[in-house]
Design a protein around this ligand. Structure first.
Ligand code: ZN
Length: 631
């Protein structure tokens, strides 16, 4: 009987031409299994729910063996068939890399970066085999100082050096982004486990501050789950003028941040920008448990060739968005006042999305591929973010559990149970599995809660839940400028119960029912809100506003013109649609009460303060560090 020998899979990556932004990639299969080989590249990258068709950047795909060339037949946009002679096969291709995001590949003469799904062809049927990847620096003396950062396991490579790395299987291979170039390397430890932050791009950040704050946040997250299931972790951050974003992986995360969000030497309390950066790091780190190891069953069963639909994205992104900022206050990086300010802004953002009254959270999750990830001018009217509303549902769920179990249980307990049953075991989470588990862990009947939160478009009633913690909530009109609400000073007028509406300190600006495009010099309409004055008047997205009652409209003076005209008045608006001038008449509406203010209730009972301290203090557990020498 012939002995089956598993083929070895050896990849090689060479930054072939930084000037042309091209990586050369090679795969050797020794020996190839019997039958044709089917090669394929993913259509999407885990964590980002959009079909990206990475194969569109693939060029010059060729195959051969020691006897010569081998024929490749293209089957669809991302799949090829390769017939072979049983001899060791070499497949070579190139990838155009000019994607500055955290999701693709990038190469120039200052920096190289790639995610596996953008570079590595997989072989159908061989996905479960371990593989090696040799990563070379670009050739030439100009690149002598380049280093490499990745959470791939080194096989023959110095720490942060070029060389050969290994992966358990194809899924592992494509889950470790690789950064190369010249970067700051900031080491720190979390419960004895080595962690690093790399910063690529010019910066003058206070590295000691970053070490201290990230270490505290990561320790807080580990305490929530009670286990740190890894032996190394990397934050790979690219610093730009105004970037923001992140993508989670099992042993690392790729981040994009704005230079001014990094902490300057001598910074005292975290600036709003630094809070945002820490919140982003906290978010992606939380994902190492929640979505990278605890996973929807649908993601385990289906591949990366086409969309995978799940109603659970609110669980994975909403709950993560709730805990990202919560970990900042629990770890002591920000104080209670700063946290409540962030929470008020988060509530305001949801209230300013009329689409929350159209799309449910479950629908938002399911349709992420074609709606949330492909927004257009009408999206605010029809979509709700499973991040933003999902975080408020997580808050409401947490506070409901705390109230109805007299503080003996919380969402933290549900997360720990989720980790025990689905993270440690690798058993995928069923579509309704989170709801079932939350009820089992807390002993509460949360059926009505989940129905309202996930399957209806009714607003969540947060005010009574927050009042239990001695926190007041009221809604008012936005003030001029960028006003997302926040924490009001102590002694703000106490509401009797629930939401009290109140006028802002300044006269609110009447509403025309539009949002302007944030960019460009001219006042161009981005969105016309459903049934608002502008829509009734016939204005449309893309219209360029010219004049209001005969006075020129600029980006800066529109609020002033509306204020002068006054609520309820009818105004004449001139606007261009393409190159045709239109004249419309609109009746200005009262300013919407869509700005959230929270404040600490002066007359709250002492128990309320105890409950608030328990919530913001968390209930961390002793943490075990898993022996994760593999993977
Ligand atoms: Zn996320």
């Amino acid at each position: 009987m012939p002995v089956e020998i598993n083929p070895t899979l050896d990849y090689r990556v060479q930054p072939l031409s930084p000037e042309a932004h091209v990586f050369a990639v090679e795969l050797r299969i020794t020996p190839p299994p019997a039958g044709d080989l089917i090669l394929t590249l993913p259509a999407w990258i885990p964590g980002s729910y959009l079909i990206r068709n990475f194969a569109r950047h693939l060029i010059r795909l060729l195959a051969g063996d020691p006897e010569g060339d081998l024929p490749l037949e293209k089957r669809d946009k991302q799949t090829w068939t390769l017939a072979h002679r049983g001899l060791p096969v070499v497949i070579r291709w190139q990838v155009y890399a000019w994607d500055g995001s955290v999701r693709g590949a990038f190469l120039d003469d200052r920096r190289g970066y790639f995610n596996g799904p953008a570079l590595f062809l997989g072989v159908r049927g061989l996905e479960g085999l371990p593989c090696r990847v040799e990563i070379q620096p670009p050739q030439g003396p100009a690149y002598a100082d380049w280093r490499l950062a990745t959470s791939l396991r080194p096989l023959a490579a110095e720490p942060f050096g070029f060389g050969t790395y290994q992966a358990d299987d194809y899924e592992d291979l494509i889950d470790h982004p690789v950064e190369m170039g010249i970067f700051s390397l900031i080491p720190f430890h979390v419960l004895g486990v080595p962690h690093w932050l790399t910063l690529t791009g010019r910066h003058r950040a206070d590295e000691a501050r970053l070490q201290a704050d990230l270490s505290r946040i990561c320790t807080t997250q580990a305490a929530l789950f009670g286990e740190l299931p890894l032996n190394r972790y990397l934050f790979l951050a690219q610093v730009t003028a105004d970037g923001y974003g992140g993508l989670e992986h099992r042993f690392s995360t790729s981040l994009l941040c704005a230079r001014e969000e990094l902490p300057a030497l001598g910074m005292g309390q975290p600036t709003p920008g630094y809070q945002r950066f820490l919140g982003l790091c906290s978010h992606e780190y939380f994902h190492l448990w929640h979505v990278k190891r605890i996973r929807p069953r649908a993601f385990l069963e289906q591949g990366l060739e086409r969309e995978v639909h799940t109603r659970l994205l609110w669980v994975f992104e909403g709950i993560t968005s709730y805990y990202d900022d919560l970990a900042l206050v629990r770890s002591g990086c920000i104080d209670e006042a700063a946290y409540l300010g962030l929470l008020a802004e988060a509530i305001t953002r949801v209230l300013r999305t009329p689409g929350r009254l159209v799309q449910t959270l479950a629908e938002s999750s399911f349709d992420a591929w074609t709606k949330f990830y492909q927004p257009d001018e009408n999206s605010p009217n029809t979509l709700v973010s499973y991040y933003a509303k999902g975080a408020l549902v997580a808050l409401a769920l947490d506070l409901t559990i705390r109230r109805d179990t007299a503080g003996t249980k919380s969402l933290d307990d549900v997360m720990r149970a989720l980790w025990e049953r689905h993270g440690r075991t690798g058993v995928g989470l069923e579509e309704r599995g989170f709801e079932t588990l939350a009820m089992a862990v807390t002993g509460l009947d949360l059926g009505d809660f989940f129905h309202q939160a996930l399957d209806s478009t009714e607003d969540l009633d947060l005010a009574p839940l927050l009042a239990e913690l001695g926190i007041g909530l009221r809604l008012r009109a936005a003030r001029q400028g960028k006003d997302f609400g926040g924490l009001a000073a102590n002694g703000a007028p106490a509401p009797a119960t629930g939401i009290q509406t109140a006028e802002g300190a300044t006269t609110p600006t009447p509403s025309l029912g539009i949002r302007l495009r944030p960019e460009g010099a001219e006042p161009v309409i981005a969105t016309v809100f459903t049934a608002g004055p502008a829509q009734t008047a016939g204005l449309a997205p893309g219209d360029t506003l010219v004049a209001l009652d005969g006075l020129r409209i600029s980006r800066d003076n529109l609020d002033k013109l509306l204020l002068t005209a006054g609520e309820g008045s009818e105004v004449e608006i001139h606007a261009f649609r393409r190159d045709e001038l239109q004249v419309r008449r609109a009746r200005l509406a009262p300013a919407p009460l869509d700005t959230c203010e929270l404040w600490l209730l002066a007359d709250a009972p002492p128990q309320a303060q105890t409950r608030r301290a328990a919530w913001l203090g968390g209930q961390g557990r002793a943490v075990s560090v898993a022996d994760a020498a593999k993977g």
